[in-house]
Design a protein around this ligand. Structure first.
Ligand SMILES: [Zn+2]
Length: 448
């Protein structure tokens, strides 16, 4: 054993297999704690709660939590325009205590700045450490992280968490994809963390440019996929697992929330990280709380024990659904979601009057073995009618009848999305490739 590392610290049966009733009591206590902290220390939260006449002492049961006003990204963005610069009125600690700067990618506008104190940062890495342990990371693993170590949180906490678990971590920072693959081969790294898009892209580069088959010529035994939905989309996951010859485990998190969900080795769906977060699901149209499986809704999440930039009843717009399975084979009592994040409430859009989740298109395309990994969807309007074009690539070794593949794809798309598409096949390698998060869904209809 390495000095100073307790190998099994991140399997905590007292916490992770705690009876639900006891766990809920713990969550209520944690919720009350962060609510009181936010009220007393963050001008943003105090103003918000005072505006509806809410005092922290009003929350006495888990049902009472619904009285607490929700927050959302636009509110965070607005609050950060005030003092102290640049974090604004959400900041709940003296600014001298801030030790880390992060920001959101800002794909939907001005980025949200995210401060961490050293204590919050340790907490963040700690919650990731539970995730990695559940993915099978142990002190004998050598972990490769092919990530740009940039302004975004991405795999920063994953790096420190792997160290906390006792792994040896290789930062794949500024290397290009080929150099990263060669370094993984040279060092015989056994674990890897990346986005699903990049995992597929890396495998492609390894085969085409270096003549390396990741499943046979590399030593990777476990992969953590994060940053996109693909780790929980069965057909995408299968492609990554086949390309790398190993298991892929999904992980979900965001800078303003932390690491709120993960798969375990039993892969029964995503576990909510219940010891660190309270996850609620709300009906997108009515706002009613959804407690039963079978209905999708938007996630409202509270993060416990992170104090500089509290996250209390944050409407993340991630669309999720409870799992019908009560218990997981792994023994954890942390609640399960069916699949992973189905999409974002903003991305789930009506096309020809039908609700369309881009993840359903991905599932259909990646389920056709004759097609490559890349695709693109473009929605436009012709007159009053929506028009959808799906561009895909035939796999480079495909020699058969393209029309038969088109027929198969059209049928899968009908089953998964209830819509008809104009299908275009392009030469392999001609659609855009993405290094981190992909933008494959383009809605070019005029905004109403
Ligand atoms: Zn489990």
């Amino acid at each position: 054993m390495k000095r100073g590392i307790e190998v099994d610290k991140y399997w905590n049966p007292i916490l992770e297999t705690m009876p639900r009733e006891k766990l809920q009591k713990l969550q209520l206590k944690k919720f009350q704690g962060i609510l009181k902290w936010s009220y007393e220390n963050s001008p943003f939260y105090r103003d918000l709660y005072q505006s509806v006449g809410l005092e922290p002492g009003d929350i006495k049961t888990l049902d009472d939590i619904r009285k607490v006003p929700k927050t959302e990204k636009s509110m965070l963005r607005e609050a950060q325009g005030r003092e102290p610069y640049p974090y604004g009125s959400i900041l709940a600690v003296p600014i001298e205590q801030v030790t880390e700067y992060r920001q959101t990618t800002g794909t939907t506008g001005q980025p949200v700045y995210h401060p961490e104190t050293w204590q919050d940062w340790e907490w963040s890495a700690e919650s990731w450490a539970y995730v990695l342990y559940a993915h099978g990371y142990r002190d004998y693993d050598r972990v490769f992280i092919p990530f740009g170590y940039s302004l975004y949180i991405a795999f920063w906490a994953g790096h420190y968490a792997a160290e906390k678990v006792g792994c040896e971590v290789v930062p794949g920072g500024v290397l290009n994809t080929e150099a990263r693959i060669l370094k993984m081969k040279e060092l015989r790294t056994t674990a890897l963390m990346a986005t699903p898009t990049y995992l597929l892209g890396m495998a492609d580069v390894a085969r085409k440019k270096l003549g390396i088959d990741p499943a046979k010529d590399l030593y990777v035994k476990k992969i953590t996929a994060a940053g996109e939905a693909g780790g929980s989309i069965p057909t995408t996951r299968k492609r990554i697992e086949e390309a790398w010859g190993t298991k892929v485990y999904d992980h979900v998190g965001a800078s303003e929330i932390g690491h709120w969900g993960y798969e375990c080795e039993a892969q029964c769906g995503l576990h909510v990280n219940d010891a660190f977060h309270l996850v609620e699901i709300e009906d997108i149209e009515t706002g009613a709380t959804i407690t039963e499986p079978g209905k999708r809704g938007s996630m409202v999440v509270t993060t416990f024990d992170r104090f500089a930039h509290p996250c209390v009843r944050f409407d993340s717009k991630d669309v999720i659904e409870w799992n019908p399975a009560e218990r997981c084979e792994c023994g954890r009592t942390f609640r399960l979601l069916k699949g992973g994040v189905i999409g974002r409430a903003d991305d789930i859009t009506k096309v020809k009057g039908v609700l369309l989740a881009p993840t359903a298109i991905e599932e259909a395309v990646r389920g056709i073995p004759e097609l490559g990994d890349e695709y693109e969807v473009v929605v436009t309007k012709k007159g009053d009618i929506d028009d959808i074009t799906l561009k895909a690539e035939l796999s480079p070794d495909f020699k058969g009848d393209a029309d038969a593949v088109k027929e198969k794809l059209a049928q899968q798309l009908r089953v998964k999305t209830n819509l008809r598409y104009n299908l275009e096949f392009h030469d392999y390698g001609t659609l855009p490739r993405y290094d981190v998060k992909a933008k494959r869904f383009k809605d070019l209809r005029p905004k109403e």
